[in-house]
Design a protein around this ligand. Sequence first.
Ligand SMILES: Nc1nc2c(c(=O)[nH]1)N[C@H]1C(S)=C(S)[C@@H](COP(=O)(O)OP(=O)(O)OC[C@H]3O[C@@H](n4cnc5c(=O)[nH]c(N)nc54)[C@H](O)[C@@H]3O)O[C@H]1N2
Ligand SMILES: Nc1nc2c(c(=O)[nH]1)N[C@H]1C(S)=C(S)[C@@H](COP(=O)(O)OP(=O)(O)OC[C@H]3O[C@@H](n4cnc5c(=O)[nH]c(N)nc54)[C@H](O)[C@@H]3O)O[C@H]1N2
Ligand code: SF4
Ligand SMILES: [Mo]
Length: 738
Amino acid sequence: MPEDADHADRAGNRRTVHRSCSLCEASCGLVVDVVDNQVVSIRGDEADPFSRGYLCPKGVALQDLVADPDRLHAPVRRRADGTWEPIGWDDALDLVADELTRIRDRDGGDAIALYLGNPITHGWAPVTFIPMLIDALGTRGRYSAASVDQQPQHLLAYLLFGSPLLLPVPDIDRTDLLLVVGGNPVVSNGSIMTAPDMRRRLGDLRRRGGRLVVLDPRRTETADVADEHVAVRPGTDVWLLAAMVQVITSEGLGHPGRARQFVDGLDRVPELVRDVTPERAAVVTGVPAEVIRRLARDLAAARRAAVYGRLGVTQSVYGTAAYWLVHCLNILTGRLDEIGGVMFATPAFDLPVIGAATTDLIGYDRWRSRVRGIPEFAAEFPLATLADEILTPGEGQVRALVLYAGNPVLSAPDGRRMEDALRDLEFCVAVDHYVTESSRHADVILPPTTSLERDEFDVVFPAVSVRNWARWNPAAVRPGPGELSDAEILVALLGRVWRRTPRFRRTAGAREAALRRLFPRAFVAAALRAGPYGLRSRGPVRGLSLRRVRRAVHGLDLGPLVRQLPGRLMTEGSRIDLAHPVVLADWPRVLAGLAAAEQSVPAVEYDLLLIGRRHLRTNNSWMHNSARLTKGRSRFTMQMHPDDAVERGLLDGGTAVLSSPIGSIEVPVEVTDRLMRGVVSVPHGFGHDRDGPPTSWRRAAALGGASVNDVTDSARIDPVSGNAAVQGVPVRVDPGRS
Ligand SMILES: Nc1nc2c(c(=O)[nH]1)N[C@H]1C(S)=C(S)[C@@H](COP(=O)(O)OP(=O)(O)OC[C@H]3O[C@@H](n4cnc5c(=O)[nH]c(N)nc54)[C@H](O)[C@@H]3O)O[C@H]1N2
Ligand SMILES: Nc1nc2c(c(=O)[nH]1)N[C@H]1C(S)=C(S)[C@@H](COP(=O)(O)OP(=O)(O)OC[C@H]3O[C@@H](n4cnc5c(=O)[nH]c(N)nc54)[C@H](O)[C@@H]3O)O[C@H]1N2
Ligand code: SF4
Ligand SMILES: [Mo]
């Protein structure tokens, strides 16, 4: 799409562009200085009403991405000997469309799978066009990073509120008590809680007399700025949270308030948790019973409070049950849809409504996966079973893959098997900036321009923000000649697939032309007019137009979150069924799991529990080629408690072998009392020099390290949502050979 210079202050070859950072959910406002079409500096935008000048080291590193000599600028095709040859865009796109439709016409649509990686949420184009591609290919083989991340949250949003995208976020700027369960927002910058400058916001919470409590097996950077850190054994949150609910219900501390008018099933909760006493939970969680009681009572008593759970809760085998308990705590104590509690954003581009109207995202367990019989959710299967679907012969076997902005060899559990699966494919196309550990197995790589080179409209994160905002992001630099954006690649591919699909053949040309004409501007403009600040608005902001959004070069502030229930609910009758049958059906497993955990003697072989870790200078698997982000001490270490290290004869700085039944990796040891005993922490997304054909990111490959997903197990999932349980993995650690 054409470069947009509307926001640029032009002075000769210099210009300054204001836009948001696309690397994480915080969406910080950037000031990008460009000279002769080169980014010369990136600063935080003090005038951005939301981020107020904050940015993290990754925002600055966006310039390393644009200028990276290791990035692909034109399509490449893999030769028989594994080396790459250039191929023109038209030939590459024709080849991809030919192969995908050939395999579909031979084996059926389900022979094609798509894996959609995390960065797709940072672009309007993949979010909009990929569902059309899936429809044109006629496949149910949709997989995404959501199922190694937050699927329990989407599933519960769908079951309780009626749309996978109706995700409540903590109103952190107005709360008095924030309970963070399994999240480290000071480092991750907040997730399913868009709120730039987390450290300042959490500081403000405490300065106004509020409290921050962190439940985490590791004393995290967020715990460092909290009033209290409670160490909880990995994978046991479900019983901890159930015991808190038990305290609230058995002591009569509940006060759902207004929620009584639209929540059904409140009376079913006490019997479910009746036997999960704080004493029983204490044995398995490692959190003393009196602490569990106090946390529950404080939560119930606080004037304003919010419980927030993230990866530590969702990446577990009880992800859905545990996250449901997060909702229970918020609902029972009257926090849902209340100021300072957990609230729904009111995005100008109304993603939950538009998503429901334009895709088949709505639904659960309408069909199951072929090999493991896992329920679909939102027309997706879990990434944890993609390798099974590729490697298991039979009707419906996946033979072709569209690898879109994802690196599953490093991000999916059991990455080695994932890699075997990629090798086994008949055809694979990757849309990525680099030859990665995953895309190196593709037949064709189509490289898009980077975010700074494209116009962008934020469609996803305003829907999960702690304040309402809208933003148009003009491209900061012009792409090189002939380079295509994600939008242009997808439209060109869609047109070709349509022309090779009987049901679309006649209209393919018109459809493609319409996409080119309407997206993004006309579409976004229409969505804004139809949205909550548009023509029907009764609030202070009315008739919001794209023009007005574009004029607000620092981002348009649309005010604090507002109450919206029950009107915002998309369930039948606009009611919440808290005792949802899907949750109830899983409940016996939760209780049986508790009984089993109480009985279990410590496992002798795999006697430690593995958790992950993020760092301010990492971005999943893919910003490791930036010099700015990788200088200094390596962030790839295994953190371990001093007593556990002594027991195994391990020294700080030494090497150890971390193993599970799936595999083993070498890890540098970092001895620290931040970890609770019996727990080790290793970040994911490293190990860029693994065996196999070379990748294009040379700096990343020189970093060393290993991929922790070579020891995680794809069989460990939350069976309800299908989410991978990559936290709390049983492992053992032995001294290294050197
Ligand atoms: N053990 C363990 N595993 C985990 C996690 C964990 O905590 N522990 N976390 C999980 C989570 S939360 C996530 S989200 C996943 C992430 O997993 P993935 O989404 O599979 O991987 P990323 O590392 O985000 O890789 C993104 C890829 O997209 C490319 N890319 C970047 N920007 C663009 C763009 O604009 N367009 C296109 N076409 N490509 C682009 C990058 O070059 C990179 O190759 O990993 C999961 N895996
Ligand atoms: N700097 C940086 N920021 C990022 C990313 C990145 O790679 N680097 N990735 C982005 C992505 S894709 C996502 S999804 C978000 C994730 O955002 P967060 O969820 O905030 O990310 P994590 O830092 O992985 O935090 C998870 C926390 O859960 C803890 N934990 C592990 N197991 C358990 C458990 O069983 N119980 C409890 N209570 N806690 C547990 C871990 O110790 C860790 O502190 O971050 C995003 N932001
Ligand atoms: S916190 Fe960092 S990576 Fe995230 S949006 Fe802000 S500058 Fe970008
Ligand atoms: Mo994620």
